[in-house]
Design a protein around this ligand. Sequence first.
Ligand code: SF4
Length: 176
Amino acid sequence: MAYSAPFRLGISACLLGEEVRHDGGHKRDTGLIDALGSLVEWVSVCPEVEIGLGTPREPIRLVRRTDGRVELVSVETQIDLTQRMRAHARQRVKEFEQLGLDGYVFKRDSPSCGVFRVPVWSEAGAPDGAGRGLFAEELMRALPAMPVEEEGRLHDAHLREHFIERLSAYRETKTS
Ligand code: SF4
């Protein structure tokens, strides 16, 4: 199906090949970019770099506190980055609204960007279930109707087609 204009999609910057990961590398997803590239204008975002953590940097992860709260914490230095990340996400949401984003593709398993089944750790350092990356969580809370997906799921042709249909429908609701 032909669309009148490219969809404007946020994307985790490492998926485009930008060397923004904690180890200084990237996670370029050529299959995804090739499959969606002609339909999409990408808006590249690395929330961890944007909050000033730098590259390379100490890894961070989701930690479940004894009272049940899930926080974003640096693994070695145990710095709590939760409020910093949430405040930054809320600011970025305003910018995304001004940009008219049609959707977002997030990097799976990331404590900032992951949407589904992101590992959560206990304070003692043991696996403690699954959660959602904090940047993704704030964005999805603020823009609940906006289509979001993870890169791995978009390798499935049916899920990808469904995502594109959702993007189209969402864009129509914004202009009607
Ligand atoms: S997953 Fe998100 S926070 Fe991590 S490197 Fe990629 S864009 Fe940055």
